[in-house]
Design a protein around this ligand. Structure first.
Ligand code: RIB
Ligand code: CA
Length: 317
């Protein structure tokens, strides 16, 4: 089976865990490494959570590196109300024996991209601080990136604010640098983020397996449901990884997109120019500093969900 080489940038968080499990376990993915960033919780907790998820996935020696401890300009705003104080549902998970890589996140990104014989897809599912720093520190290496498929932004409403999605809102300046980088970008945003989900019944089915990954996934699902008092809960960030290896399950459209870095109520909004072409020609008020971005607008929810369950639990029927 042909493999797609990817690097994940995470702020593990419960739904980042769903994505890391999938990326580490799916046979068509070569997970080159994982970089960690301040986001859902502090970066050192993100590292601890990520190492633990790789244990549950039975992953090999995948390098995990420490990145930015806060946004480029602003202060950290953690999502404890969603992911718990430890970012993983406050389950009291025992620490992993794995060690964090000695390189910084941007050095690991540079080395993995330079060393890869295959095109590399970068999959940020967190605030884009590491990616912005990498683009500024190693622009020649960045030119070798095949593409960026990111979880972030929205062509509709926000979640962190009325206008902005959390990953972009957490560091709008970093997001603006990434969107303007010239690297081909697919934006897996809030227009689809909430739709692939898991229920308590799914968790109960996963628990029937004696393998660590489905057991771990079931625990996270149940913790997420109990914390948010909602079912199904979203598989969230995982969808961006699925979009990399199964693009046929997703509907996309290219729009000019710009990140609002003002200090106003729209700060962190990914403004997508969805005007009809004739209108754009009449009113050529183009978005300044915009970039053409492939935006995910729809997906085959059932197929995307089943892809995750069948990957996490080899006995899933
Ligand atoms: O807005 C959703 C994003 O914010 C996801 O990446 C989730 O993990 C949180 O970081
Ligand atoms: Ca995330």
């Amino acid at each position: 089976m042909e493999k797609t080489s990817i690097i994940l940038d995470v702020d593990t968080g419960v739904d980042d865990a769903f994505a890391v499990l999938f990326a580490a376990m799916h046979p068509a993915i070569n997970l080159l490494g994982v970089t960690c960033v301040d986001g859902n919780t502090n970066v050192d907790q993100v590292i601890a959570n990520t190492l633990k998820v790789l244990d549950a996935a039975g992953a090999g020696d995948i390098p995990v590196a420490r990145g930015a401890v806060r946004p480029l300009l602003g202060k950290s705003e953690y999502a404890e109300y969603v992911h718990g104080a430890d970012g993983m549902g406050d389950l009291g998970i025992t620490p992993s024996h794995r060690k964090v890589d000695s390189r910084s996140a941007i050095e690991l990104l540079r080395d993995l991209i330079e060393e890869s014989k295959e095109p590399v897809t970068l999959v940020p599912i967190a605030p884009l601080t590491n990616i912005a720093l990498f683009l500024r520190a190693f622009p020649e290496t960045a030119k070798k990136l095949h593409r960026i498929v990111l979880m972030g932004g929205s062509a509709s409403a926000g979640n962190a604010t009325a206008a902005a999605e959390f990953n972009v809102w957490h560091d709008p300046e970093a997001a603006a640098i990434v969107f303007q980088s010239g690297v081909p970008i697919t934006m897996y945003g809030l227009d689809v983020f909430m739709r692939p989900g898991a229920t308590s019944e799914n968790a109960a089915k996963l628990l029937k397996s004696s393998d660590p990954a489905p057991q771990f996934a079931a625990t996270l699902i149940q913790a997420f449901i109990e914390r948010l008092h909602v079912s199904p809960i979203t598989l969230g960030d995982y969808g961006a990884v699925a979009c990399v290896i199964h693009p046929e399950l997703f509907t996309t459209e290219v729009f000019d997109v710009v990140v609002d870095t003002s200090q106003g109520p729209a700060r962190g909004q990914t403004i997508c120019d969805r005007r009809a072409p004739f209108l754009k020609s009449i009113e050529p008020n183009d978005l300044t500093d915009s970039a053409a971005v492939r935006v995910v607008l729809d997906l085959d929810v059932e197929a995307v969900e089943q892809l995750w369950f069948k990957t996490i639990d080899k006995g899933w029927l």
